[in-house]
Design a protein around this ligand. Structure first.
Ligand code: TRP
Length: 364
């Protein structure tokens, strides 16, 4: 069986280093591993509209930002199909048919949707489109028969929902020869990468909280943000013992630092364990650790930032890449949709057997 990747992001803002360690970095590694037959990376503008109904301009403007972030991170249009969700109208058709396979109470149980409803104060006025986006996400994942979906941990309920739809569809409509493919989620393997906190120590990076480090940030911006980062409020004097729990600087080091960084920037320590031990013992100041983090981040972010600037010099070419990618994705979606319609017995005009059997019935 082919190995196929599909994943994507809502274009509601520039991507930040939480997206990067949560999924982007992994995607690029998978792309370059050469182990996958096809890679689809989707800008989920239609999904973004489900909770930005009155802000279409925001979604429109951020499509290019996300595309630039993708290219900057190393996603390569020669190896991966980059496309825009709304341009694949087949996804709406698939969504419509999958809706028959999902109950309202099942959607109500989706923990990610639940917390998003709370966060957005939707309560009694939840848009139907928003409420049902997990079903549309199943269409995103299945149109290309994705086997692997690299995502952040918060997306696990969506993959679970997709699997249920796939199983139910195949069981009802394609019991002999499955049409849809069961996807596997691929989530980060360290806690720090699973949920990188904001620079203020809050649970999540979010644009509205102003606690993000963006891939597009300049070196100066990164430096200022790291210097202002939340550490350990009990660590008042350098000599005080420091705490690692909830200490954002150390969480970022968990996500970014490699052993070789120590040789280059902090040769007094062999690795992160030694640095942590000194910090908890006391006698290690926050500023020293922050300076180290800046070096570590810069090593990873500088090439991304430079590529982003280079790509941004030719915006028409980026739209061209997205257009070509969308055309390619659409062909694949049309193929899957036709298989789905055949399995659901709504392929009237292509079914010669149906036509001849009914002619026979009426000529007898
Ligand atoms: N829900 C994802 C997010 O908020 C974006 C997304 C839409 C997605 N469709 C997808 C992710 C399909 C993986 C697979 O980031």
């Amino acid at each position: 069986m082919s190995k196929i990747i599909l994943t994507g992001d809502r274009p509601t803002g520039q991507l930040h280093i939480g997206h990067y360690v949560g999924s982007l970095r992994r995607r690029v590694e998978l792309q370059n591993s050469g182990e996958y037959d096809k890679i689809y990376i989707m800008i989920a503008d239609a999904q973004a509209l489900t909770d930005n109904i009155d802000n279409p301009e925001k979604v429109r403007q951020n499509v290019i930002e996300v595309a630039l972030d993708y290219l900057a991170c190393g996603l390569d249009p020669a190896k991966a199909t980059l496309f825009i969700q709304s341009q694949i109208s087949e996804l709406c058709e698939l969504t419509f048919y999958y809706m028959d396979l999902v109950t309202v109470s099942r959607l109500q149980r989706n923990p990610t949707v639940k917390s998003e409803i709370q966060m957005r104060n939707f309560e009694a006025s939840i848009p139907v489109g928003f409420f049902t986006y997990p079903i549309s996400q199943a269409a995103d994942i299945t149109f290309c028969k994705a086997t692997t979906v690299p995502v952040g941990e918060d997306q696990l309920p969506m993959i679970e929902q997709t699997k249920e739809i796939v199983h139910k569809f195949n069981a009802i409509y394609a019991p002999d020869q499955p049409v849809l493919v069961d996807p596997q989620a691929l989530i980060p393997d360290t806690e720090a990468c699973k949920r990188l906190p904001g620079t203020d120590g809050k649970a999540k990076m979010s644009k509205s909280l102003g606690n993000c480090i963006y891939l597009a940030d300049t070196a100066d911006e990164v430096r200022t943000k790291v210097m202002g980062m939340y550490t350990d409020p009990l660590h008042l004097q350098v000599s005080d013992p420091g705490h690692l729990e909830g200490n954002t600087v150390f969480t970022y080091l968990d996500a970014f630092a490699k052993e070789e960084h120590f040789g280059r920037y902090l040769p007094d320590y062999a690795n992160l364990e030694e640095l942590k031990a000194h910090y908890t013992r006391g006698g290690l100041g926050d500023v020293k650790v922050k300076r180290f983090l800046i070096n570590v981040l810069e090593e990873e972010l500088e090439p991304i930032r430079n590529r982003r600037i280079a790509f941004s010099k030719d915006i028409p070419e980026i739209y061209n890449i997205l257009k070509k990618g969308s055309e390619a994705a659409r062909e694949v979606a049309a193929q899957t949709l036709s298989e789905v319609k055949r399995a659901m017995k709504i392929d009237y005009f292509d079914d010669m057997e149906l036509i001849s059997a009914q002619s026979k019935k009426y000529s007898e």
